[in-house]
Write a protein that binds this ligand. Structure first.
Ligand SMILES: Nc1ncnc2c1ncn2[C@@H]1O[C@H](COP(=O)(O)OP(=O)(O)O)[C@@H](O)[C@H]1O
Ligand SMILES: [Mg+2]
Length: 313
């Protein structure tokens, strides 16, 4: 499936413009999620106006680790991940340290819209650092991996785990140099991996093979992603889920226009899967059943074959 078809066919007909705002603004996403009891990383605070930047020290004085990001950013742009302190300096995930003045300048740039959609003025969010599940540490270097799930009419159709690399600077966005690992919808195991559009099999920094990857809490992850799609009122979206060591699966953000590299990472096309998902969505209203049918339909493994017998071909 190419760009035009995505824009005209799917996003146009299933996503009503009025529902975009929940996905396009990370603060709106967070508050909608909290209203519904969907777990999200804790929001420590926000900075909305330039004059507040000088008092940022009060907000961060008791924090050893935190993340600063633009509410309307995308692609990992403008995200600063601070994992600790060293004297009066702040340590990034790479180990590189920065000063308080640099952090203030960064926040000021966020407010000016440097990293945001259309260059509009923005709000800076101060968020809790997610702690990587130890099982995933060697597959995602110096950064938290996230799991992108494409959901169409409540049916999970394709999934990819994005793993950080040394060059991606604490972020798991593909354009920052992270690796996309296609995940079998049925069983949560790796299918194939891609970095900068090239298929690879091992993590470029650790040499650990991606074939070992089996996403923990897979059923919960699928359920959470589908729940987020319902919450946003979008027929087609990408839900980004993270696994916190202590709190488990959480919603990180939603994308109303998810990218298409997920197809390369899965060595599979979206078009066919969407046609199948449409039949699943037409056959049942039950969210649980949509997930079970999707796990069966979109898996290469016979482990995913449950007792369900509905024939969707
Ligand atoms: N609270 C956080 N803790 C740790 N890492 C984070 C946090 N928020 C974002 N990141 C890292 O940055 C990446 C991008 O964050 P995200 O909120 O999805 O913004 P974007 O819209 O720019 O993709 C994530 O995939 C993750 O690797
Ligand atoms: Mg993201």
């Amino acid at each position: 499936m190419g760009m035009n078809r995505r824009n005209i066919g799917l996003i146009g007909s299933y996503n009503q413009r009025i529902n975009y705002h929940i996905a396009d603004n990370k603060l709106a996403t967070k508050s909608a999620a909290l209203d519904r009891g969907i777990p999200v990383p804790e929001l420590y605070g926000t900075v909305e106006h330039q004059f507040q930047v000088s008092s940022l020290d009060k907000q961060i004085q008791d924090l050893d680790s935190f993340v600063i990001k633009p509410a309307q950013g995308s692609g990992g742009k403008g995200i600063l991940v601070i994992v600790g302190r060293n004297g009066d300096r702040f340590v990034k995930s790479s180990g590189v340290t920065i000063s308080y003045d640099e952090i203030k300048r960064h926040v000021s740039n966020i407010l000016a819209g440097l990293y945001s959609l259309g260059g509009r003025n923005d709000v800076a969010m101060l968020e809790a650092l997610i702690e990587v599940d130890p099982i995933l540490k060697e597959l995602s270097v110096e950064g938290v991996p996230d799991i992108r799930i494409i959901v169409f009419r409540g049916v999970p159709v394709m999934a990819m785990m994005r793993c950080a690399t040394r060059v991606s600077d604490g972020k798991a966005n593909l354009h920052q140099g992270a690796v996309g690992v296609g995940i079998d919808i049925g069983i949560g195991q790796a299918v194939a991996a891609v970095q900068h559009s090239t298929v690879i099999s091992k993590h470029p920094d650790t040499g650990i093979g991606f074939y070992q990857l089996e996403v923990p809490f897979w059923s919960q992850v699928l359920r959470l992603a589908a729940g987020c799609a319902n919450m946003a009122g979008l027929g087609y979206l990408g839900a980004d889920i993270v696994l916190d060591r202590v709190r488990g699966p959480m919603l990180l953000e939603l994308n109303a226009r998810p990218g298409l590299t997920i197809q390369v990472a899965n060595q599979a096309g979206l078009r066919h899967r969407l046609a199948v998902a449409e039949e699943i969505a037409n056959s049942t209203e039950s969210q649980e059943e949509k997930i079970s049918l999707a796990r069966k339909a979109f898996s290469a493994s016979d482990r995913a074959l449950g007792q369900l017998t509905l024939n969707i071909s």
